[in-house]
Design a protein around this ligand. Structure first.
Ligand code: AP5
Length: 220
C-alpha cells in the first residue's frame, strides 16, 4: 500500500499547523509536528525537553540531531499518509528526512511540499493574537476565536500565549526562516514537488485549495 507524504512549509505563523490539523481531520493521516512534539517534551520535563527549551524560548532552531529520533518514530506505524508541519527546516534536516524516507516509505510513494506563503507583516499580526492549548489546538483572537473566551473548544482547558510569540522572538524566528528555508524550497521545486499556496486568504478557503490540489494529484 502506498503512503502519501505532505510537507507544510512556510514562515512561522503562516498557518501550517492550522492547515495540517484540518487535513488530518479530513484524511486521518498522521501529523508529525516537530514544534508540538518538542513542546510536549518540554511540558513532560524530559531530558530532550530540557535541552530543547533553551532554544524554543529564543526562537532558535533546536539542534538537528535532537530531531531525528522524534521524526523517525513518527514515521513508523501503519498510517496511510503523513503530514509534516515544521520539518524539515534547513538543508541538514532535509537530508536527514530523505534518509528516513529510504527506510520508511517506498521510492514510488508520493511526496509533496505545500509552501504556505505569507508576508512578514501578516506573520507579526497573526502571532501577536494567537492563543494555544496544551492539547495542540490553535486559535486566533480575531480570525479563529474559541467559542468561550480563553477556553479550548476541544478539551475545555485554559488557553495560553506561547512564550515564543513575543515581538523580539518572532523577529528572530522570521530571520531564521529567511536564512535557512530557501534551499528547501529550491529542492522541492527542482523535484517538481512544490505547490505554492497563498496563505493570506481565509482559513477555510486555503483548506479548500489544498484539498482541490490533492484531488488533482489523485492523492485523496
Ligand atoms: P513551530 O511550533 O513549528 O513554530 P513555527 O514554524 O514558527 O510555526 P508556528 O507554529 O508558529 O505557526 P504555524 O505556521 O503553524 O501557524 P498557525 O497555524 O499556528 O516551532 C516552534 C519552535 O520549535 C521553533 O522556533 C524551534 O525552536 C523549534 N522547532 C520546531 N521544529 C523544529 C525543527 N524542525 N528544527 C529545529 N527546531 C524546531 O497559525 C498562526 C496564527 O494565525 C494562529 O493564531 C491561527 O489561528 C492564525 N491563522 C492561521 N491561518 C490563518 C489565516 N489563513 N488567516 C488568518 N489567521 C490565520
Amino acid at each position: 500500500m502506498s503512503k502519501t507524504v505532505i510537507i507544510f512549509f512556510g514562515p512561522p505563523g503562516s498557518g501550517k499547523g492550522t492547515q495540517a490539523e484540518l487535513l488530518v481531520k479530513k484524511t486521518g493521516w498522521k501529523k508529525i509536528s516537530t514544534g508540538d512534539l518538542l513542546r510536549f517534551e518540554v511540558a513532560a520535563g524530559t531530558k530532550l525537553g530540557k535541552l530543547a527549551n533553551k532554544y524554543l524560548g529564543k526562537g532558535k532552531l533546536v539542534p538537528d540531531r535532537l530531531l531525528i529520533d522524534l521524526v523517525d518514530k513518527g514515521l513508523r506505524g501503519r498510517a496511510r499518509g503523513f503530514i509534516f508541519d515544521g520539518y524539515p527546516r534547513n538543508l541538514k534536516q532535509l537530508k536527514d528526512l530523505l534518509l528516513m524516507f529510504k527506510k520508511r516509505i517506498k521510492l514510488s510513494d508520493p511526496v509533496y511540499a505545500f509552501l504556505v506563503a505569507v508576508s512578514d507583516a501578516e506573520v507579526k499580526q497573526r502571532l501577536g493574537e494567537r492563543r494555544s492549548c496544551a492539547c495542540g489546538a490553535v486559535y486566533h483572537l480575531k480570525y479563529n476565536p474559541p467559542i468561550n473566551d480563553g477556553i479550548c473548544d476541544i478539551c475545555g482547558k485554559k488557553l495560553f500565549t506561547r512564550n515564543d510569540d513575543k515581538p523580539k522572538v518572532i523577529a528572530h524566528r522570521l530571520k531564521v526562516y529567511h536564512q535557512q528555508g530557501k534551499p528547501i524550497i529550491d529542492y522541492w521545486q527542482k523535484q517538481g514537488k512544490l505547490i505554492g499556496i497563498n496563505g493570506e486568504q481565509p482559513i477555510a478557503k486555503i483548506h479548500e485549495e489544498i484539498m482541490a490540489r490533492l484531488k488533482e494529484l489523485k492523492l485523496i
